[in-house]
Design a protein around this ligand. Structure first.
Ligand code: PLP
Length: 329
């Protein structure tokens, strides 16, 4: 396919969109391919928010949409997750009668936690008139829970985003899709302009979809390594937010920045930090070998931290505010 990259190859994309649409029980015009899901996310924000129509998202949540909202001049409304780390859809509606777009990420980046389908339905049924819901399902392949695509089938006002960058391991090849009613997709396309897909990405995504074992196999590998990690953390008394995805938030029990730096000195890169959870760092679930390296480095850093804090580290206020939340450890 790389050798054929000298030409536009739009029938390959048409075939991919039709194929993808069939796989989720929709007609081809409900699916639009993009080079990754960042483009349709950014352009949805530009299409549906403005100085008069706010952008509503979770805190902590995936930040990209907020950057786009700064470009559209929209008010950015950040609503804390519930105690079970779901999107607080009732609070989101209450916080933004002027909403243009509600962004739901499930599993959520960075917590890896799910927002129940009923809550997404509630949001769609009760959102302010003229607003839309964008459900980012970048990490949905890691879980076996219902997608919001059935709500697109019911022709509701939402766009579902999917990507081949995560479980499919194609981040550099760039393939994603937006799923929605044709009139909503047209609003994104009009802003983005003509959007030719990389032929290599479309070919790789088509081949990946044809392999029925790929999702269950990779989901299983990730869940197994993540489960081993959580077991180890439990045994050693470290607390974390139970995640369904290929990353999780781990409690550093001190400002996370120092821990991230100390881990980097041991060649283990972790992070980043979300301001609402300043004593947490997001850890990516890697291979078994990588997680062994992580564990060794983490123990060293934590032991160093404990001996350096004789008399106890003063906990920050946000950490105390989280005391009521259920942790496994
Ligand atoms: N959505 C979420 C929640 C993400 O975490 C990411 C990447 O980190 C993206 C979308 C964008 O990914 P891509 O543009 O590679 O599809």
């Amino acid at each position: 396919m790389a050798a054929q990259g000298g030409r536009y190859f739009s029938n390959l994309t048409d075939h991919f969109e039709k194929n993808f649409a069939e796989s989720v029980g929709l007609k081809a015009e409900f699916v639009s391919a993009f080079p990754g899901s960042s483009g349709p996310l950014h352009h949805s924000v530009l299409a549906f928010t403005s100085a008069k129509r706010s952008y509503v998202t979770a805190d902590p949540g995936y930040e990209a949409g907020m950057f786009a909202a700064s470009a559209s001049g929209a008010r950015i409304v950040k609503v804390p997750l519930t105690k079970t780390y779901a999107h607080d859809v009732k609070a989101m509606i209450a916080a933004a009668p002027d909403a243009g777009m509600f962004y739901i990420c499930s599993p959520n980046n960075p917590t890896g936690t799910l927002t129940p389908h009923v809550d997404i339905e509630y949001l769609i049924e009760n959102k302010p008139k003229g607003s839309i819901v964008v459900v980012d399902e970048a990490y949905t392949h890691f879980v076996d829970t219902p997608s919001a695509v059935d709500l697109v089938k019911a022709e509701k006002d939402l766009i579902v985003l999917r990507t081949f960058s995560k479980l499919y391991g194609m981040a550099g090849l760039r393939c994603g899709v937006a799923i929605g009613k044709p009139d909503l997709l047209a609003k994104i396309q009009n802003i983005m302009g003509w959007n030719a897909m990389p032929t290599t990405a479309v070919a790789a995504a088509t081949a990946s979809m044809a392999d029925a074992r790929l999702i269950p196999e990779r989901r299983h590998i990730n869940a197994e390594i993540r489960g081993e990690m959580f077991q180890w953390l439990d045994q050693h008394g470290y607390s974390y937010i139970p995640s369904e995805a290929n990353f999780f938030m781990l409690n550093t029990k001190q400002p996370a920045k120092g821990v991230i730096d100390a881990m980097a000195k041991r060649s283990v890169r972790i992070g980043r930090i979300w301001p609402i959870l300043p004593t947490y760092s997001r850890i990516t679930v890697g291979t078994r070998e990588e997680m062994t390296m992580f564990r060794d480095a983490w123990q060293e850093v934590m032991k160093g931290a404990v001996s350096a804090q004789v008399g106890g580290l003063a906990e920050t206020k946000p950490w105390r505010a989280l005391d009521g939340i259920r942790f496994r450890a």
